[in-house]
Every structure is written in structure tokens, then in C-alpha cells.
Ligand binder design. Structure first.
Ligand code: MG
Length: 336
């Protein structure tokens, strides 16, 4: 007897994939040299899955599908985050470019191998299609499933909160400085009503808790009241609607203000910029080595190079690397 539903199987197939495990060695925003407190791509993914499931249960969406989608959403990320993504994108710019969202689908349908009969992880159509709508976000057309919308929204709630946490913990920004932002100011006010004299680490943790809580409550209020009264009968109603699960207008503005601040003070911090330039140079050099000498690729990527061309196959191989493995390979293969 089958003791798992289809989306539970998706979740397990994702968790047991090599690409998922490697998320632990891939940076989210900060690298390993900057400490060991901050999020990696893997812990970010777990936080997204946890928040998304909580909201899914409250909204009575399909929790198993939400969990699978959340665990899958960043699986296509190359080493060195968006810096790595941009570098690989330049490498194959003439052949359609590189995007981590599209790469997730290539991983799930071509690169991972577990079955003798076919390549890929054999995920359900709902998970693959959900990821596809992430990949072509600009595309007009039918609305994604509510579960897909929710994971998107949970991703944003999660990184706004944890990037604030990590940046304050690293001392790159101060809570006092961030208090000029509406979302932080309101969250701090709520913290101080409860604990008047909180400082330091405990204040930071209480603030991050508030940031998540405020965003979750906001989405529950906005989406909850709509879904309770819309009278939808099937996914067709979802697909034909212009409704999207997301923050209220006020929260949207507050989040945009926070994100602008994080972009300026954290994502474009001199230490991140130097990691960025360095990683991009190394990724491109490594890619060129593999293009010139495809025999250096592992055997199944050599086969792939023969089928789809070495330029793209080398990108697929490099995109799967952890940050550390990528640096190691670069050092070994570019040493004079
Ligand atoms: Mg994410």
C-alpha cells in the first residue's frame, strides 16, 4: 500500500537529490569566510519551506505541494549566488543564457539520475510547472496555482527577515540605523511594548521574529479574507483570476523600502562586491578551461557535451558545484 501522496514523494525525491544536499555549500548572501552564523542556500530553503507550510495550513492550501515547491525553489542556484548566475549567464549569452530558475528544471528532468528507465527526479507536473512560472515570471497568461504563489511570497518574507538578521549580526548595519525604515520601526515598537529594555542579540532576535510574524499576519489577513469569500470551486477559478497571494499594499511599500536599504548597505557592501568580482572571474576562467578541454569534465558530462555542446554542458556542470569545490577546481585547473 502506498503510504505517501504524490507531493510527499516529490519532497523525498528532492531531499534525496545531490543538488539539494549541495545547497549547504552554496552561499545565500554571505560567504564562509564571513562567519558561520548566517544562512546558506540550504538553511534559507528550510526557512522558506517552514514559513510556507505554516501559511499553507492556515489558508488550507495543499501543504505537501507547498513543501515540495519550497524545497525545490532554489535547487538550480549555481555557486556564489547571483554573482555566479550572472557570470554563467554571460558565458552562454548567445545560447539562451543561464537562469537558476530554469536550471532547477534541467536538474529535475535531465541532470539528476536515479532511475534506469529515464533521467531526472520524476517530479509531478505541478512542481515542474510551478517552477516554470518562476522561470518566466514576466510571462502573461494564467495565474500560477495558489501554492506556487505562496512559495514565492514566503521566499520574499524569509530573505527580508534573515538578511536583516545576518547583516546586523555581522555588524554591517545597526538596528538603530535601520529604525528609520517603516517596517523595522513598527516591528521595534511592538518589541519594546513587550520588552522595554531589550538590547544586543536578544533585541535582534526579537526584531527578526517580529519581521516574520508581521509579514505572515499581513498575508493571512489579505489572502485569508479573499479566499474565504471568493467561492472558488476548482483550480480553473484560480488560473483565471487576477488575484495573487501577496502582501497588502502597505506591507509591499514597507518591504520595498527595506529591500532598497538592504541592496545598498548589504548586497552592494564592498566585501560582497569583492567576492562578486572574484567569483565571476574564476567561474569564467573555469568555464573556458572546460570548453577548451572537455576531457576534464566527468564522464557523464562529456556525454552531455557531445549531445548539447560543450559550452552549455560545462555551464551545467559548474552550476552544480558548491562554492568550495568550484574554487578548488579553479585552483587545480588554472595553476600555470
Ligand atoms: Mg529563495
Amino acid at each position: 500500500q502506498d503510504y505517501r501522496g504524490a507531493y510527499q514523494r516529490d519532497r523525498d525525491r528532492i531531499i534525496h537529490s545531490a543538488a539539494f544536499r549541495r545547497l549547504s555549500g552554496k552561499m545565500q548572501v554571505f560567504t564562509g569566510e564571513m562567519g558561520d552564523y548566517h544562512r546558506t542556500r540550504l538553511t534559507h530553503t528550510h526557512e522558506v519551506a517552514s514559513i510556507a507550510r505554516t501559511v499553507a495550513r492556515a489558508l488550507r492550501l495543499n501543504e505537501d505541494l507547498v513543501e515540495a515547491l519550497a524545497l525545490f525553489h532554489d535547487i538550480g542556484h549555481p555557486p556564489f549566488g547571483h554573482a555566479g548566475e550572472d557570470a554563467l549567464d554571460e558565458c552562454v549569452a548567445d545560447e539562451g543564457g543561464f537562469s537558476h530558475n530554469r536550471q532547477a528544471i534541467i536538474i529535475a528532468t535531465e541532470l539528476e539520475r536515479r532511475y534506469t528507465e529515464y533521467p531526472g527526479l520524476n517530479l509531478t507536473q505541478e512542481v515542474l510547472e510551478g517552477q516554470q512560472t518562476r522561470a518566466d515570471k514576466q510571462c502573461k497568461g494564467n495565474a500560477p496555482l495558489l501554492e506556487v504563489q505562496l512559495v514565492d511570497c514566503a521566499d520574499s518574507m524569509t530573505y527580508d527577515a534573515h538578511d536583516t538578521d545576518d547583516a546586523v549580526k555581522l555588524g554591517w548595519v545597526a538596528i538603530e540605523e535601520m529604525a528609520k525604515l517603516a517596517l523595522i520601526r513598527d516591528a521595534l515598537q511592538e518589541v519594546r511594548q513587550k520588552y522595554t529594555s531589550l538590547t544586543g542579540d536578544l533585541l535582534r532576535k526579537a526584531l527578526v521574529h517580529q519581521l516574520l510574524d508581521r509579514q505572515v499576519r499581513d498575508v493571512l489577513a489579505t489572502a485569508g479574507s479573499f479566499l474565504a469569500t471568493c467561492g472558488w470551486q476548482s483550480t480553473r477559478d484560480v488560473r483565471e483570476s487576477s488575484f495573487r497571494i501577496g502582501p497588502s499594499q502597505e506591507m509591499k511599500e514597507q518591504k520595498a523600502e527595506l529591500e532598497k536599504f538592504l541592496y545598498r548597505e548589504v548586497y552592494r557592501h564592498p566585501r560582497i562586491l569583492s567576492v562578486r568580482t572574484d567569483a565571476q572571474t574564476r567561474l569564467k576562467e573555469l568555464w573556458e578551461v572546460y570548453c577548451d578541454r572537455p576531457e576534464l569534465l566527468p564522464p557523464h558530462f562529456q556525454g552531455r557535451a557531445e549531445r548539447i555542446g560543450v559550452r552549455r554542458a560545462a555551464v551545467d556542470y559548474i552550476a552544480g558545484m558548491t562554492d568550495r569545490f568550484c574554487l578548488q577546481r579553479h585552483q587545480e585547473l588554472t595553476r600555470a
